[in-house]
Design a protein around this ligand. Structure first.
Ligand code: ZN
Length: 575
């Protein structure tokens, strides 16, 4: 550690070095040298999950060729004692270097990648920690090509190395190093917001910068002087396939978005700004305002919380609301998003049996995948978003518009962040009552811990909003309760919804729909065909299962589903 930055008295030195094999091997070489540890046994542990994605990912599957050396460069055995941990024994306080190769060939917002175009890492995947020394400062030297540029929120020393106050901060700084990365800076309220773009775009990056200025201004205004960073880095990967997700960090975010070739003139651009807003809002909500269940992080196992709906759902609500405040979305677009979310939630079978709390707690089981039983999971993003909207309405109604959900966020932040212990559900209920004067426990019991359908109409009406519920002709799939997808030039059943005509008719996942007795199913656009072939709210379908032809008679097809529209009862109002 150089003397450039000092983090108080400590004798322990932890120095990481990152070097590289051939780019097409995708192998990074990590070594960590530890001295002044005072121990005769050290455990090196790679996280099994990363903050921002509450699912076990077992990054150690990407580790190979582990070795260890003493200060005389003599090999020491590194014994693997569980899936993520290697133990070495030494003489007391003897300096050691632990080393391994890491296979880096995945591009997503939380992954690690190395090829001829770039070096990209998320430290939570890549760097082991020294058990018992997560609070010690660390340094990192990267043996990257000289003329490549580095995008990172890590602090730099003049000699080009990087430093962090502790392991958790260290792995909270995703980094891209590349010869082609583009860099722009916009300054809002004297805070530099760095925009880094890796990947090809012919789009207008200045338009992105202008939008980011508006988003940052809107969020800084919202948080009323609470600013948890002195600078912020947006790390974008622009890809030429459809993608849009990000991961939050304390002073940066990594996002993979695309395609954005014609930015700002595409729908993808608006959704990219949605992701940008979402990840920035997380700098407050979860990076600072954090559930007590996640304090401190334990990367060796699941860290259960029934509050991920607040972490992710409320961030989804505010990313929209603050983009509306920023002038990026119109009020009509904001309301249309909520109304569409009402429709989506009604069509999600899991909402009848799985609560937001349960879905949060069980996120460790499902990850974010939809495999397995599709009729049980719900999205704590989507449902959490509209619960945020409805709670905001409830607070505004109860206080004649004097208070809003924002006041809850501010008070929760001011009361729970300084202690560093995180907030609990009890804190949330207490502050909801203090802001609104209302006891939210019954609301939680019904709609967050329970599965009672959300009271859209009542809460909208209480704030002068009306909800138009329009019968929307169901697609055949929603009416029949049947999900189909095109696989190997065939229409294959991918889900049968509970209680649906398809379930009663005996259809199952994997069945191949062939057509009616007289008409084969077309290759494309089957919904109009299905509408046409159904008679008297029923349809007889021919299908094959294990090569055998069968018949399913679907009856009592539900002819009506609903779409929603939110508007003001009186004109001249705004949200
Ligand atoms: Zn999020």
């Amino acid at each position: 550690m150089t003397a450039t930055l000092s983090f108080g008295k400590t004798e322990t030195e932890i120095k990481y070095r990152l070097s590289f094999e051939e780019p097409n091997s995708h192998l990074m070489v990590v070594s960590v040298s530890v001295s002044g540890h005072g121990k005769s046994e050290l455990d090196f542990v790679l996280p099994s999950w990363r903050p921002g994605r509450y699912a076990i990912q077992n990054y150690s599957r990407l580790v190979q060729e582990v070795s260890a050396f003493d200060d005389q460069n003599k090999p020491i055995p590194a014994k693997k004692i569980n899936k993520d941990t290697w133990r070495i024994s030494i003489s007391k306080n003897q300096p050691v270097t632990f080393s391994y190769k890491f296979y880096a060939n995945i591009l997503d917002a939380g992954s690690t990648l190395y090829n001829e175009e770039e070096i990209y890492f998320n430290g939570s995947n890549l760097f082991v920690y020294v058990d018992g020394f997560k609070h010690s400062p660390v340094s990192l030297t990267i043996d990257s090509p000289k003329d490549w540029k580095t995008a990172t929120a890590l602090k730099r020393n003049p000699d080009g190395s990087f430093v962090s106050a502790n392991y958790d901060d260290f792995i909270d700084c995703p980094t891209i190093i590349s010869p082609t990365i583009q860099h722009h800076v916009v300054t809002v309220r004297n805070i530099p917001f760095h925009i880094w773009i890796q990947g090809k775009t012919n789009g207008n990056i200045l338009a992105l910068g202008e939008s980011i200025s508006k988003i940052a201004e809107s969020q800084l205004e919202f948080w009323d002087g609470i600013v948890p960073f002195s600078e912020f880095h947006f790390l974008y990967h622009f890809v030429d396939y459809r993608n849009g997700h990000g991961v939050e960090h304390a002073t940066s975010t990594s996002m993979v978005l695309g395609p954005l070739t014609d930015m700002p003139d595409s729908n993808n651009f608006k959704s990219a700004l949605g992701t940008t807003s979402h990840e920035l809002f997380h700098a407050w909500n979860v990076k600072k305002l954090i559930p007590a269940d996640l304090v401190p992080y334990d990367f060796t196992k699941e860290q259960y919380s029934d509050l991920f709906w607040f972490v992710e759902g409320f961030t989804s609500y505010f990313d929209l609301y603050l983009n509306y405040k920023a002038g990026i979305l119109t009020e009509a677009e904001l309301f249309a998003d909520f109304a569409n979310q009402f429709r989506i939630q009604e069509l999600t079978p899991g909402n009848k049996i799985t609560s937001l709390s349960e879905s949060s707690f069980d996120s460790w089981l499902y990850g974010y995948a939809s495999d397995g039983n599709r009729n049980k999971p719900i999205s704590f993003y989507g449902k959490g978003e509209i619960v945020g909207f409805l709670m905001d309405l409830k607070i505004r109604s109860a206080t004649n518009g004097k208070k809003q959900l924002r006041d809850v966020m501010l008070q929760l932040y001011r009361e729970t962040v300084p202690s560093g212990k995180g907030y609990t559900k009890a804190d949330l209920l207490r502050i909801l009552k203090s802001v609104s004067g209302e006891d939210f426990q019954p609301f939680f019991t019904e709609y967050i811990d329970g599965v009672t359908p959300l009271p859209y109409e009542k809460l909208l009406a209480g704030f002068g909003l009306s909800l138009e519920k329009e019968p929307a002709p169901a697609t055949f799939r929603t009416a029949a309760g049947l999900d189909l997808s095109r696989q190997n030039k065939q229409w294959v059943v991918t889900n049968v919804r509970p209680g649906s005509p398809a379930l009663k008719a005996g259809l199952d996942i994997g069945d191949v729909i062939k057509g009616t007795e007289t008409e084969p199913i077309p290759d494309t656009e089957i919904d109009p065909w299905l509408e046409k072939v159904k008679t008297n709210d029923s349809v007889t379908l021919e299908f094959t299962r294990s090569g055998e032809t069968r018949i399913a008679k679907l009856e009592n097809l539900d002819p009506v589903h609903y779409s929603y529209k939110i508007s003001w009862k009186e004109s001249g109002k705004s949200f």
